[in-house]
Design a protein around this ligand. Structure first.
Ligand SMILES: [Zn+2]
Ligand SMILES: [Zn+2]
Length: 344
């Protein structure tokens, strides 16, 4: 069958065109894509940057997708036409050594929908049954599409070990920081402090209920924290992916804190960590978070329960026909999460 899709033919060469989909095989499902989120990874792929995936052209990007099942292969038993699903784009083999250890996100044969395989910036997409997760019918598709990015954040939050009563600092308040904020609240953080240079994003943090939203540029950050009674920080989550903001996250951490370097950096980025001041004297745990292993069900439960305010996460919607704009117009970069699709 044919589908309309945004096709990346070469770096920065993105067009909308008709492409042929292969016939549906036994364990696959055909999805009518209703919504697909645009992620930093897609922008890296668009620009041809080196990244986490080995991609080849032409490529249909889009790995944050939700839609309705229209057809299932003869060996599919858990899903049926009409079901609403969200897709976990990372398909592990289950057979290699990391998979057998349970470290499925380190699968040696990982397939990535929308990064190595045809993705969701299209009207239709074929995915394996096990990549498609049933979601409630009353969950809007544009929200269901957020399963993947929220899963990445939840894995990071799990690894930052936030407990009830903790003080959590978020460095950066873009789409990721805003998701982390809600997850941090759900994990029980009593005070969430947002460090963000853009005034509009600080306003957003205050509106969400941040204990403090401070500008890291100019002013004395340490004094501001002190004046607001913040003498100890349990976790710092860096949500930007730059050397300077990562080093800031490490400097801000107080003794025994966990520093989660969540933002995606270009390969080869070096950080200055002080062996005496940061590691020895502060006993910091500095860690990272890679993809989103086995957390999709929890994210669906959070979305279905209404405990995540999804209206604060999805900020802009663009039909597939105008999808190219999202990549070429820098105005989209200042927003939160842009979703491409023709939802409900
Ligand atoms: Zn993503
Ligand atoms: Zn594997």
């Amino acid at each position: 069958m044919q589908t309309k899709a945004l096709v990346l033919n070469a770096p920065r060469d993105l067009t909308i065109q008709e492409v042929a989909l292969p016939p549906l095989t036994g364990k696959d499902v055909l999805i009518r894509v209703k919504a697909c989120g645009v992620c930093g990874t897609d922008l890296h792929l668009f620009h041809g940057d080196q990244g986490a995936f080995e991609s080849s052209y032409p490529l249909i990007m889009g790995h944050e997708m939700a839609g309705e099942i229209v057809e299932v292969g003869c060996e599919v038993h858990t899903l049926a036409p009409g079901d609403h699903v969200a897709v976990d784009p990372n398909i592990y083999c289950g057979t290699c050594a990391p998979c057998r250890r349970g470290d499925v996100h380190y699968c040696e044969n990982m397939i990535g929908i929308g990064t190595t395989e045809r993705g969701g910036f299209a009207e239709y997409c074929i995915v394996p049954e096990r990549a498609a997760y049933l979601v409630p019918r009353d969950l809007p598709f544009e929200y269901a599409a957020m399963m993947e990015p929220i899963s990445c954040c939840l894995h990071g939050l799990d690894r930052s070990a936030v407990r009830p009563g903790d003080t959590l600092v978020l460095v950066g308040f873009g789409a990721i920081g805003q998701i982390m904020f809600q997850l941090g609240e759900l994990a029980g953080a009593a005070r969430i402090i947002v460090v963000e240079p853009v005034a509009g994003k600080r306003e957003k943090a205050r509106a969400l209920g941040a204990y403090l939203a401070v500008d890291p540029v100019g002013g004395d950050l340490a004094k501001t924290l002190h004046d607001h009674g913040v003498t100890h920080i349990n976790s710092v989550i860096e949500c930007v992916g730059r050397k300077d903001t990562m080093e800031l996250a490490i400097r801000l951490a107080t003794p025994r804190a966990t520093v989660m370097l969540f933002g995606l950096t270009p390969p080869g980025t070096k950080l200055e960590v002080l062996a005496f001041e940061d590691i020895f004297k502060k006993e910091l745990t500095i860690t990272g978070s890679y993809i989103n292993p086995l957390v999709a069900e929890r994210v669906i439960a959070l979305m279905a329960s209404g405990r995540l305010d999804m209206s604060k996460i999805v900020t802009d919607r663009v039909p597939l026909e105008r999808g190219v704009e999202v990549f070429t117009d820098p105005a989209y970069r200042t927003l939160g999460k842009v979703v491409i699709g023709d939802f409900p």
